[in-house]
Design a protein around this ligand. Structure first.
Ligand SMILES: Cc1cc2nc3c(=O)[nH]c(=O)nc-3n(C[C@H](O)[C@H](O)[C@H](O)COP(=O)(O)OP(=O)(O)OC[C@H]3O[C@@H](n4cnc5c(N)ncnc54)[C@H](O)[C@@H]3O)c2cc1C
Length: 308
């Protein structure tokens, strides 16, 4: 399939990009890696008259520490996330999840910003970002940069908190405490597929008990989900079977997947529960037990996870 004709623009600064997008209005669309947008254009599900390619904007492409956060430029590719020493050490769930996205060819060009801004419930990064308590930096013409919590960003399938002409410039991730446990479990039909259901877990253990736990779910509703109640149920527990079952029931209760080629709705809901059980077990196995509630960093995570 061949997309309709379109104008191609390659700004070299964020200001130039948002000016172009403001000028084109509904006819313009930002282009990042193109691995979601171009297939949509080929299928004629999207037909923007102008593409504003963000690839030549140098400062959208870096990964840097900023106090207790890591800031990832929107045009950082999934391949670069996987290769980042800083992320592997500080926020290893990002590497684990990126390795489960598509295949190396897609990951060489697909970007963290495109994945997060796309609004497709099948994208993996949104639930991870919700789980981590990340914040998105957003720029628009004539506006001061604003920040939107990932947990407030997703409004419906392909509907986000981005206003017309705005772009996501960076993702800010609070660094979880050293020794935190993490896991991303994704069920897919074959290598390279989107999730039938997936679960992200970040937890901190203290004296044998869960000091805090944050859970994100992928592709089991119109939007990615933050399973707040399930995390709350687990907090203070030793992850004993009965409590885990209760948390899984709470997580399943907030899902509302479509019945589609990946399976009937009920099956996908139950698979989300299974993915969560596996992610919890693996996160617990990986977690050190450092009594983080007493540390400054631990308190920071409690705040960032919204679980104080
Ligand atoms: C075969 C295949 C398998 C895939 N499997 C998976 C998978 O398993 N999991 C997964 O998560 N993804 C998967 N993807 C999607 C892939 O990860 C995409 O690269 C990603 O979803 C979008 O990133 P992109 O940089 O390519 O964005 P683009 O395709 O360029 O853009 C996607 C959308 O976001 C908008 N956009 C892009 N950047 C910005 C920005 N900075 N600010 C505002 N809006 C922006 C665009 O206008 C467009 O609407 C797959 C893709 C393919 C082709």
């Amino acid at each position: 399939m061949i997309p309709g004709s379109f104008g191609y623009h390659r700004p070299t600064s964020v200001e130039e990009a948002v000016n172009l997008l403001a000028q084109f209005g509904d006819d313009g669309r930002p282009l990042a890696g193109g691995h979601s947008l171009i297939p949509m254009m080929k299928l004629r599900l999207a037909a923007p008259a102008h593409l504003v390619d963000l690839a030549a904007i140098a400062n959208l492409k870096d990964i840097r520490a900023d106090g207790s956060d890591i800031v990832i430029g929107a045009m950082t590719t999934q391949h670069e996330l996987i290769g980042s020493e800083l992320l592997s050490t500080k926020v290893p769930i990002l590497r684990e999840a990126s390795l489960l996205i598509a295949d190396p060819q897609v990951r060489y060009v697909g970007t963290v910003g495109g994945n997060a801004a796309n609004g497709d419930p099948g994208n993996d990064m949104p639930a991870i970002m919700m789980c981590l308590g990340a914040t998105y930096h957003v720029a628009g013409k004539g506006k001061r940069e604003r920040r939107v919590a990932a947990r407030d960003f997703y409004k419906g399938a392909y509907v986000t908190a981005l206003e017309p002409g705005e772009i996501l410039t960076a993702v800010r991730v609070p660094v979880p405490p050293d020794g935190h446990g993490f896991a991303y479990e994704k069920l897919k039909r074959k290598v390279g597929d989107y999730a039938t259901a997936a679960a992200a877990v970040v937890l901190v253990m203290s004296r044998g008990k869960v000091a805090n736990c944050s859970i994100g779910l992928t592709n089991v509703a119109d939007t990615p989900l933050w399973a707040r109640e399930a995390g709350r149920i687990l907090t203070g527990s030793e992850l004993e079977e009965a409590t885990v079952k209760q948390a899984i029931a709470a997580a399943e209760a907030i899902t509302s997947p479509a019945s589609d080629a990946r399976g009937p709705a009920r099956y996908r809901t139950k698979r989300a529960g299974v993915m969560l059980a596996r992610a919890l077990a693996r996160a617990k196995e990986r977690a050190g037990d450092s009594n983080p509630g007493d540390s400054k960093q631990g308190r920071g995570l409690w705040q960032s996870l919204g679980l104080r």
